[in-house]
Design a binder for this molecule. Structure first.
Ligand SMILES: Nc1ncnc2c1ncn2[C@@H]1O[C@H](COP(=O)(O)OP(=O)(O)OP(=O)(O)O)[C@@H](O)[C@H]1O
Length: 233
């Protein structure tokens, strides 16, 4: 079995004259949670949009499961980037059913992902009556419909209260143990510390650090040191 679900080899993304991502090489281990950290504007969303095919790299290569990334790999990649694409006038189940029909996936699968995201009792509730936390979880349920091998979550806890954050953290951990690798971005260090196996620290489009993280590490100190050093150079 190959060790990495995704690797980027020297990828860059240039918008007009500026590089949002500059010569970035990262490796995400299979069945792990990779926490992508970086201050606002560091390039986190740009990187995740390249992995999920929303934008194309200006240069470099993305390797998915040991072969060059192609659009058909999107069938194995689930994502929640920015806000979840939900129809406010439909129920949770109906929202799932729309995507399931497109993917040729059964109604049973819709129920399975609802259960997995702890939304069983809300299947007939309209999205307009959903809390932000429920919407985020439904967004992830949508991303799970095609049984992805990689789940990409861009700041999924944004705007959630501490309970909502904790719920989501627990769910993210269950993905890694059930064979779904996860990339999750955040600028909240404690969030990432509690959920990630590995971290990458991004600043100004450059990956400054990538390594395993354990619960005892002072991530805040590490993050501040790395970013300060970079800003001083
Ligand atoms: N479509 C675009 N056109 C021009 N510049 C862009 C575009 N998308 C992103 N950028 C620029 O690229 C840089 C990185 O932005 P990006 O949104 O990837 O950062 P981020 O780390 O996700 O930030 P945040 O934490 O604030 O969401 C920023 O300077 C941003 O202004």
């Amino acid at each position: 079995m190959h060790e990495y679900i995704i690797k980027t080899n020297h990828i860059s993304k240039k918008f007009k004259k500026t590089f949002a991502i500059n010569d970035l090489s990262m490796s995400v281990r299979k069945n792990s949670v990779y926490g992508l950290l970086g201050p606002n504007g560091a390039g986190k969303s740009t990187l995740l949009k390249m992995i999920t095919g929303i934008i194309t790299p200006t240069s470099g290569e993305i390797i998915f499961d040991n072969h060059p990334w192609s659009r058909k790999d999107l069938l194995k990649i689930g994502s929640l980037i920015e806000s979840p694409p939900l129809y406010e006038n439909l129920t949770a189940f109906e929202n799932l059913k729309v995507r399931a029909t497109l993917l040729g996936v059964s109604s049973d699968k819709c129920m399975e992902v609802l259960e997995r995201m702890d939304l069983m009792d809300t299947e007939n509730k309209q999205i307009a009556d959903f809390s932000l936390g429920m919407k985020q979880r439904l967004g992830i349920a949508l991303a799970l419909l095609n049984d992805p091998e990689l789940l990409v979550l861009d700041e999924p806890t944004n705007g959630l209260d501490p309970f909502g954050m904790e719920d989501l953290r627990k769910m993210i951990r269950t993905f890694a143990v059930s064979g779904i690798s996860v990339i999750v971005s955040s600028h909240i260090l404690s969030e990432i510390q509690q959920v990630a196996d590995d971290i990458g620290i991004l600043n100004n489009g450059t990956l400054l650090y990538q390594d395993k993280i354990d619960a005892n590490e002072n991530l805040e100190q590490l993050f501040m040191d790395i970013i300060r050093k970079e800003r001083a150079s």
